[in-house]
Write a new protein. Structure first.
Length: 150
């Protein structure tokens, strides 16, 4: 179960959790783009997708890129976008709309959200405090006469 619900204990494991959501987003974008392009070539919907599905493919590509950059907002947007598409499938094709792959993808997006939030939390701990931090300490170390500024 750790692959579908990774343990996050530091920034490195947080990045690993995010990679699952990035992979799922890239996969969805690629398959959707392929089917949309085929529907344009054959001038008929393929597996219920037409040329407008290129917009979905672009959105999931954007989601993948932003989640890869550890964006918490885009991690949530990716899950919401995917859940909206699952909901649309449930309404239009109730039989077989939710399967094992759907559950795995949802878990990957949730893992991406967990990873993005954890990465930002762990990353903040390693950053210097606002108001000079490392730069001010470097100046004070180099020029002892400026110690009264610190």
């Amino acid at each position: 179960m750790s692959r579908y619900w990774p343990e996050i204990k530091d920034a490195s494991t947080a990045k690993d959790a995010v990679h699952g959501a990035v992979g799922v987003s890239v996969f969805i974008a690629a398959i959707t783009a392929l089917l949309a392009i085929l529907s344009l070539v054959y001038k008929k919907p393929i597996l219920g997708l037409d040329g407008l599905a290129l917009v979905d493919a672009g959105l999931f590509a954007l989601v993948a890129w932003r989640i890869h950059k550890m964006s918490r907002t885009w991690a949530v947007i990716g899950l919401v976008l995917y859940l909206l598409e699952v909901g649309e499938r449930l309404v239009n094709h109730p039989s077989g709309a939710v399967g094992v792959i759907t559950i795995i993808f949802i878990l990957a997006f949730i893992g991406g959200i967990r990873g993005a939030f954890a990465f930002n939390r762990y990353n903040k701990r390693g950053r210097p405090a606002a108001g000079g931090g490392v730069v001010q300490r470097a100046i004070t170390t180099i020029h002892p006469i400026h110690r009264h500024l610190a």
